[in-house]
Design a protein around this ligand. Structure first.
Ligand SMILES: NC(=O)c1ccc[n+]([C@@H]2O[C@H](COP(=O)([O-])OP(=O)(O)OC[C@H]3O[C@@H](n4cnc5c(N)ncnc54)[C@H](OP(=O)(O)O)[C@@H]3O)[C@@H](O)[C@H]2O)c1
Length: 304
């Protein structure tokens, strides 16, 4: 890396993993309230496969003239600070960059981000592990905000995709809000789902007080009892409400205080750190191909 440019993975003509390119872009200095981070780790999430595949371009959510940045999650080290920032150079931090329509992402050697979006990574938590927490941990926490407290003692929440990144966090965090949780996952995922403290099922039987549908099941609404609650994960693709059911869709946003709590609970071992493997940024296309096949548990993490 020269001092005036850094490497980043982007798509110009999104068409799946083969269309991902690594390019050099100019270094920018952090403005007021911003920091520049040397990215040590960036997790590969399903949303990144959607961006690289052109799904969000086709939906009209991305309109970049030159290239689109990839990656939402990151962990790294502060290397420069703008005016009004009280984080020291050298601090280990993690965060997420949201929104689809941007020419930069976290699959990059460097990133300039608002300091208020960052959480300090606790001592003892590896940056690779930390990079898997922000987007998915915060999505789960914000799903629980939408669900609210359990309406009655023993109210039953079904988490579909409970072995996934978001679902695993929802299963682990929902008892804080009084929910009795059952995780729906593949038969081979029973041990992990039960390790979150949840009950386990592979069955899509109806009658749940609430469903957090992180697996995006076509029949998710049918699983909710009359007057219950459904939380989906696909903005713009919520099912039409029926039978008095309240339907919400989560749209994750940065939240530094929440992220600090999630990182602390990961460092203590209360929440599982879910890393499949860490690979160099140059292997980004292979990582996308592997994730696209399904069945990967824990995240591929890119090391720029
Ligand atoms: N709206 C937002 O703000 C937001 C934020 C983050 C994520 N998301 C979305 O949330 C979804 C989940 O993300 P994630 O990162 O948790 O994905 P993930 O780690 O791939 O987890 C999805 C899980 O669902 C399982 N699954 C799929 N179909 C199933 C079925 N019929 N029965 C049982 N299990 C099934 C998958 O198993 P297999 O791997 O075996 O298929 C996988 O374990 C994605 O669509 C993502 O794009 C939305």
């Amino acid at each position: 890396m020269s001092t005036s440019t850094f490497r980043t993975a982007v798509v110009r003509n999104p068409n799946g993993p083969d269309s991902i390119e690594i390019i050099d872009v100019p270094v920018t200095e952090p403005g007021p309230g911003e920091v520049r981070v040397r990215v040590a780790a960036a997790a590969v999430n399903p949303v990144d496969l959607g961006v690289a595949g052109g799904f969000f371009h086709q939906m009209g959510l991305i309109d970049q003239p030159h290239h689109t940045g990839l990656g939402w999650d990151f962990a790294g080290t502060v290397i420069a600070v703008g005016d009004g920032v009280d984080l020291a150079v050298g601090t280990r931090v993690a965060g997420m960059v949201g929104g689809f329509d941007r020419d930069f992402g976290t699959y990059a050697e460097q990133l300039v981000v608002p300091a208020t979006d960052l959480a300090v990574v606790p001592d003892g938590l590896d940056l690779v592990e930390a990079s898997t927490v922000p987007a998915n941990g915060l999505t789960a926490a914000q799903i629980l905000d939408l669900l609210g407290d359990a309406p009655a003692t023993g109210a039953r929440l079904l988490v579909t995709g409970a072995a996934g990144a978001v679902g695993g966090y929802v299963a682990a965090l929902a008892p804080d809000r009084g929910w009795r949780v059952t995780g729906l996952a593949r038969a081979t995922d029973e041990e992990f789902v039960r390790s979150t403290g949840a009950d386990f099922t592979t069955d899509t039987a109806p009658g749940w007080d609430a469903v957090a549908d992180t697996a995006v099941l076509p029949q998710a609404l049918d699983l909710v009892r009359d007057g219950g609650t459904l939380v989906g994960v696909r903005p713009g693709a919520a099912p039409e409400a029926e039978r008095g059911i309240t339907v919400h869709v989560v749209n994750v946003h940065a939240d530094a205080a929440r992220l600090s709590d999630l990182l602390a609970r990961t460092a203590s071992g209360e929440l599982a750190a879910r890393v499949h493997t860490a690979v160099p940024l140059d292997q980004v296309a292979d990582a996308h191909r592997a994730v696209a096949k399904g069945g990967v548990r824990g995240r591929y993490v890119l090391r720029p």
